[in-house]
Design a protein around this ligand. Structure first.
Ligand code: ATP
Ligand code: ZN
Length: 284
């Protein structure tokens, strides 16, 4: 039996999806124009689809799981479960208006025309705010709508904001923060769930490794205690004597978030020759 995974055929999520599988040690040949491919070393079959279709395929159990943006998951509102955040494909769904427009708050949108490819998410936002506005659904190039008089405002995906800027628009409201997630069919058979658990175990190990660094440093023995107290480590740091009398080598794992803070403190406490090495996989 194989776990069937749907990923984007081409577009912004394709490369990161393939890379994640690779980092999980799963080899998938990506023949151009192929609809599906088998992994050679994991019971996995990969379907290459348009991202918009992925939630439907997963709901219908044509695919067991999928990698897709949260924006698409919420817009399509299919009966699927979100099993894991994948950490790539980060963007936000935002409202933008003409650069010169005064925007005192969401009330601005009352009675206005909003162009978007996300009518479901936008109408939910308007409903929550108690605002009545007209939603004009268009499938692409939403950002040109205000300029050609088609709408007063737009709601579209933004990452850097440069597309908005080039079209004379300004971002005024973020209505959803999005990233790629792993979705699964709600009635997954136990054997498939077991395969998914194995895949999730690997995905977690890859993600954890990305957020951590392996740190090696030299410490004078009289400072060892203080230096060790600064290091969280997986259990406790490894301490090895150096050839030079009175010095030790200390190895530990540091989280990206606290990384610079701790490095500064280590230096101040007398650590020398600090080496920072990326970690490929991390299983705790
Ligand atoms: P398809 O042909 O599969 O329908 P598409 O044109 O709808 O592709 P892409 O532009 O490739 O989709 O975007 C796929 C997903 O990438 C989006 O749904 C979103 O989750 C994510 N994404 C990340 N950053 C951005 C961005 N700046 N603009 C648009 N999408 C982004
Ligand atoms: Zn799409």
């Amino acid at each position: 039996m194989k776990l069937k995974l749907a990923i984007q055929k081409s577009g912004r999520l394709h490369d990161d999806s393939m890379r994640l599988l690779k980092e999980c040690g799963i080899d998938v040949s990506n023949g151009v124009n192929k609809l599906k491919a088998d992994a050679s070393n994991f019971p996995l079959e990969v379907y290459f689809l348009r991202d918009d279709d992925i939630p439907q395929y997963v709901e219908d159990a044509v695919a067991d799981i999928g990698f897709v943006g949260e924006n698409v998951v919420y817009e399509k509102a299919k009966k699927v479960a979100v099993a894991h955040e994948l950490g790539f494909g980060k963007c936000r769904l935002s409202i933008a208006v003409h650069r010169n427009e005064d925007y005192p708050g969401a009330q601005y949108l009352a009675g206005k025309k909003i162009a978007t490819s996300y009518p479901v998410i936008v109408s939910r936002f308007l409903k929550e705010k108690g605002i009545e506005a007209e939603i004009h659904e268009i499938s692409g190039s939403v950002e040109i709508a205000p300029g050609i008089g088609l709408a007063d405002a737009i709601c579209d995906l933004v990452s850097s904001g440069s597309t908005l800027f080039m079209n004379g628009l300004k971002e005024v409201e973020t209505i959803l923060q999005s990233q790629a997630v792993l979705i699964k069919n709600q009635g997954l058979a136990p054997e498939k769930q077991q395969l998914l658990d194995r895949l999730l175990f690997r995905i977690q190990a890859v993600k954890k490794a990305k957020n951590n660094k392996y740190v090696l440093l030299n410490a004078p023995n009289e400072k060892l205690k203080e230096i060790i107290s600064l290091l969280p480590g997986m259990k406790s740091p490894t301490v090895l004597p150096l050839a030079e009398e009175g010095w030790s080598s200390v190895h530990s794992v540091l989280n990206e978030n606290q990384f610079w803070d701790i490095i500064e403190q280590l230096k101040a406490a007398g650590a020398q020759g600090i080496l920072v090495v990326p970690i490929e996989k991390m299983v705790v």
